[in-house]
Design a protein around this ligand. Structure first.
Ligand code: 6R9
Length: 662
């Protein structure tokens, strides 16, 4: 990274103190205040969470018991309490006189801006909630949402929450096959989509993909498809199955009594990649999840009534759930929702939007920052210095480790050296921030997510589950349950136990799947990356097995192994080693076949899963027992020489062939 004139190593040793003006007004205003919160949680874990649950959420029926551990690791929080997530995000603010406050500033791909107040949002949510009920959707039914970034996307999620239906949002970049698999696994009764999505000046199909997905079979549970007219592009509507969103909403009354549900009622499923081929439907609760979404938005983002908050994540990812649909709204905040991409019409889009909407809190991914650094270096017109970013007071990152040089650039060029950066470590499964600075409390070290959120008992342990000394790397675990944790994997409780509470750690600790190390002096955590077969490409989680199954489903492919290699821009890049059912191709034929396989993976999973490198070999490096040696493939993918002992390999000569192939 040349952008910051500073190497990662130099930047990683600098400590950036908390700006005094920031701390004075912050929700958590000092390190001592943070330590005190941690001490409270330490002294009475359940009591700490119960206290905040009572303070921050509006309960229809108060809970009498906080934590039920009787069926661990299937923990239950606030179970006999009743509430409604949509009531907490909308009605209570309108009742408190915030009806005319802007909830969402929506900026479309083409720059058109629409403002939606809390009263308007509530009305739209009620109309759609009524429409869903009219279609026969009942409490506990699953509704799949396949929509672009839009007010309608937020409305659809909130409408499900309002009637107690469990939403499962599928990212608009996923293929028909991926969509089909998720619909089938969830047994969804209804699907909400759009005619098309508009990104980077182009219209891309959505409804056509839904038709293709349903055509693949296995989606018989779907009774209705509701279509939001986004672009007006021509789409086929199936008589008796497909209806327009504007029609069904117009036909409904503008109020809808919320369905009061138990705090444990499943608010949503969100599919994510694990280390086996099949994506897992991560199931979240209503009460515990909403509590953490609300509390972290307050403490980590220090959200105040006059802030303009902007989280750039798509609602198809967990970040878009917690920090677009639920956290900011539950707090009665004003937020920007953006349809487009950071590089259209040019790579200054984010900076122009921050200036135009006077954004004060900005939350994005390291991969976007790295891409924008590169653009600013080569195209002076898009450099952030051309824009007035003075409204910003806090920055955040999420999704992957941020390298210290990119952190420093973000801090200096975007934050003007005055805004703290919250590097928030968390996962789909954790529901909200786990290890993160609280900006008024923690001095920052670039590249470190600092310390656990109060009430989160994170630790770095060895393979036996014993905590390792600071300065020594190990495996990241969470030792106590927390309210917003994953409840189960939809339809597969055994896999939930095996994946997150494996017997190796006594079945007692939540295993995050990441490695970590704590600084020897400060105890600050740095995440060292996944310890399983999950890749992180531009902050998107992808299982190597998922991509391998997509490759071998191509008629020409006999065998495939997928590994990650470091990439300056995307963090990790996907590298596939492929053996064909016919002889190894070379030259132009290899290039063509690689392109064909890339498209095939895009068809099967989605464009984000396309391998950057595809190398053909006569075989893969295997042990005598037939195991593929991915460790060696990772070395080759990086372009390094293999120095490890290869004597256990069945076919050591293959390494040279694969190293040369491209
Ligand atoms: C929220 C989200 C989770 C995985 C996680 C880790 C990586 C996320 C990070 C980070 C280093 C951070 N990750 N935030 N690594 N520093 N601040 O990204 O959820 O899509 O489930 O990914 O992302 O590897 O295990 P999800």
């Amino acid at each position: 990274m040349t952008a910051s004139n500073q190497t990662d190593a130099q930047a990683a040793t600098t400590q950036v103190p908390v700006p005094a003006e920031f701390a004075q007004k912050a929700h958590v205003a000092s390190r001592a205040a943070y330590d005190e919160l941690c001490a409270q949680a330490q002294a009475d874990h359940a009591g700490f969470w119960a206290n905040h649950a009572r303070k921050l959420l509006s309960w229809h029926k108060p809970f009498t018991k906080t934590l039920d551990e009787s069926d661990a690791p299937f923990f239950k929080w606030f179970e006999d309490g009743q509430l409604n997530a949509s009531y907490n995000c909308l009605d209570r603010h309108v009742a408190n006189g915030l009806g005319d406050k802007v909830a969402i500033i929506f900026e479309a791909d083409d720059g058109t801006v629409t403002r939606v107040t809390y009263s308007e949002l509530l009305e739209r949510v009620c109309r759609l909630a009524n429409a869903l009920k009219a279609e026969g959707v009942q409490k506990g039914d699953r509704v799949v949402i396949y929509l672009p970034m839009s007010v309608e996307g937020v409305v659809a999620m909130q409408a499900c929450a309002r009637i107690g239906a469990t939403h499962s949002v599928v990212f608009g970049g996923f293929s028909a096959q991926s969509l089909r698999d998720r619909v089938e696994d969830a047994g969804a009764v209804l699907l909400i989509t759009a005619d098309e999505q508009q990104r980077g000046g182009k219209s891309l199909p959505l409804k056509a993909i839904v038709d293709e997905a349903i055509g693949l079979g296995g989606c018989d549970s779907i009774r209705r498809v509701i279509v939001f007219r986004r672009t007006g592009g021509k789409v086929a509507m199936t008589e008796g199955r497909d209806v327009w969103l504007h029609d069904v909403m117009a036909a409904q009354p503008a109020t809808c009594e919320p369905e009061w549900v138990s705090a444990e009622h499943p608010l949503f499923l969100l599919y994510t990649s694990g280390s086996t081929g099949k994506p897992k439907g991560v199931q979240h609760s209503t009460g515990g999840y909403l509590l953490h979404a609300t509390l972290t938005t307050q403490w980590t983002f220090d959200l105040k009534p006059d802030d303009v908050f902007w989280c750039t994540a798509d609602i198809g990812w967990v970040t878009g759930h917690t920090y677009v649909t639920y956290g900011p709204l539950s707090n009665g905040g004003t937020q920007v929702v953006f349809e487009g991409v950071p590089t259209y019409p040019d790579a200054a889009r984010f900076w122009r939007m921050i200036e135009a909407h006077k954004v004060s809190i900005f939350y994005t991914a390291p991969t976007a920052i790295r891409a924008l650094i590169k653009a600013a270096e080569t195209t002076p017109e898009v450099h952030p210095r051309n824009f007035n970013l003075g409204s910003l007071r806090l920055l955040g990152t999420v999704g992957e480790p941020i390298n210290p040089a990119a952190w420093t650039w973000y801090h200096r060029e975007i934050g003007g050296g005055r805004c703290p950066i919250v590097d928030t470590f968390w996962q789909t499964e954790t529901g909200g921030h786990m290890i993160t600075p609280l900006p008024g409390a923690h001095a920052l070290t670039p590249g470190s997510c600092t310390l656990p959120f109060p009430g989160i008992d994170a630790a770095v342990v060895d393979e036996t589950g014993k905590e390792v000394p600071w300065g020594q790397g190990g495996v990241l675990v969470v030792r106590k349950p927390w309210p917003s944790m994953i409840r189960t994997i939809w339809g597969d409780p055994e896999r939930f136990k095996k994946s997150y509470y494996p017997a190796d750690f006594g079945g007692k600790y939540y295993l995050a799947g990441d490695g970590a190390i704590r600084d020897a002096d400060t105890g600050y955590f740095t995440i060292t990356g996944r310890i399983d077969d999950v890749l992180n490409v531009s902050g998107h989680r992808m299982g190597t097995m998922e991509i391998e199954s997509a490759l071998v489903s191509h008629p020409l492919v006999a065998e495939a192994a997928v590994v990650g290699r470091p990439d300056d821009l995307t963090g990790e890049a996907i590298c596939a080693f492929v053996v064909l059912k016919r002889s190894r191709p070379s030259g132009e034929e290899a290039r063509q076949l690689a392109a064909e396989l890339r498209n095939h993976v895009a068809q099967e999973i989605g464009p984000i899963a396309k391998p950057k490198d595809i190398r053909f070999g006569d075989n893969l490096p295997k042990t005598r027992s037939g195991k593929i040696m991915r460790r060696l493939l990772r070395v080759i993918a990086k372009g390094d020489a293999v120095t490890q002992d290869t004597s256990t390999l069945e076919n050591p000569a293959i390494l040279d062939q694969l190293a040369q192939a491209n």
